[in-house]
Design a protein around this ligand. Structure first.
Ligand code: ZN
Length: 278
């Protein structure tokens, strides 16, 4: 896989500014209003990086359900960890940005919720946003402190915590590896079908076109599905679902990434950029 997010983002952005990603309408999405070309490029990269992280997260739910894996603790935390491990262990540094994007998106979501006076949803099945962000950051430095040690979020962490991340990463990665090892595929491809649903809403069409052009689902399939002996009949799809979300449906055996989530990630970073400029 030679595509890089930045090359991809750059190519997409240029075409988005000129004409929209091919096949889409001529408008720049409303979320991008007032951004410089460079900022728009960053926003696209953020959207792609987060999409990759989310797809790996949902693929974690898929593996647990398809292989009937035991889960000790909270499944949401476990699949966040798996997503992080898969990306780190892919040894493709291009994907590392996806982890920075994913942790940033939790920091930004948390800050936005705090600013809006929202209560902490301690009852939620997901950890609160900042915890999800730090969990990703902790695994990144646990895996490679040299590469990721300079991140702003790392500098906020006490030395003691940073050190425990190394052990934590090893333990989590080896636990996952032990569970998944019997299901590893030695060669060939996994028969997963890929569907990019057409959308009629013009505000989402640009995201649909961008993801299709980027080959986002193909990337996700190659990164995770092809590594395992999964039974045929699984579908990875992108669609409009009326809410910014993504899910694994064990009955349909489908991972769905909603275009609205891409739009929401674009809005999140673009809003932050516009507020900063004020
Ligand atoms: Zn989940």
């Amino acid at each position: 896989m030679q595509n890089t997010f930045s090359k991809l983002a750059a190519a997409l952005v240029v075409s988005a500014w000129l004409s929209g990603p091919s096949g889409a309408q001529d408008e720049v999405p409303a979320e991008f209003a007032g951004l410089s070309e460079e900022q728009a490029e960053e926003v696209w990269e953020f959207v792609f990086g987060n999409a990759l992280f989310v797809l790996m997260h949902e693929a974690g739910h898929m593996l647990i359900s398809e292989f009937e894996l035991p889960v000790l603790g909270r499944e949401e935390d476990a699949v966040d960890a798996l997503s992080t491990i898969v990306i780190l262990e892919s040894d493709n540094t291009v994907y590392d940005n996806a982890l920075i994007d994913a942790s940033d998106s939790w920091f930004l979501t948390g800050a936005a919720a705090g600013a809006a006076g929202a209560d902490f949803e301690f009852w939620d099945e997901h950890s609160v946003e900042e915890q999800r962000a730090y969990a990703i950051v902790c695994m990144m430095i646990g895996h490679d402190a040299e590469t990721f040690g300079g991140l702003e979020a790392v500098e906020e962490m006490p030395e003691e915590r940073r050190e425990s991340c190394v052990w934590e990463y090893q333990q989590t990665a080896s636990s996952w590896f032990r569970l998944l090892e019997p299901h590893l595929r030695e060669s060939g491809e996994t028969p997963v079908t890929i569907t990019y649903e057409e959308v009629s809403q013009p505000d989402l069409a640009v995201y649909a076109a961008a993801f299709r052009e980027a080959g986002m689902l193909e990337m996700a399939k190659e990164l995770i599905a092809d590594a395992f002996l999964l039974d045929s009949g699984i579908d990875f799809q992108m669609a409009s679902c009326g809410e910014p979300n993504a899910f694994w449906d064990p009955a349909e055996r489908t991972i769905t990434y909603c275009y609205e989530l891409g739009q929401a990630h674009a809005e999140l970073l673009a809003d932050y950029m516009r507020n900063e400029a004020r």
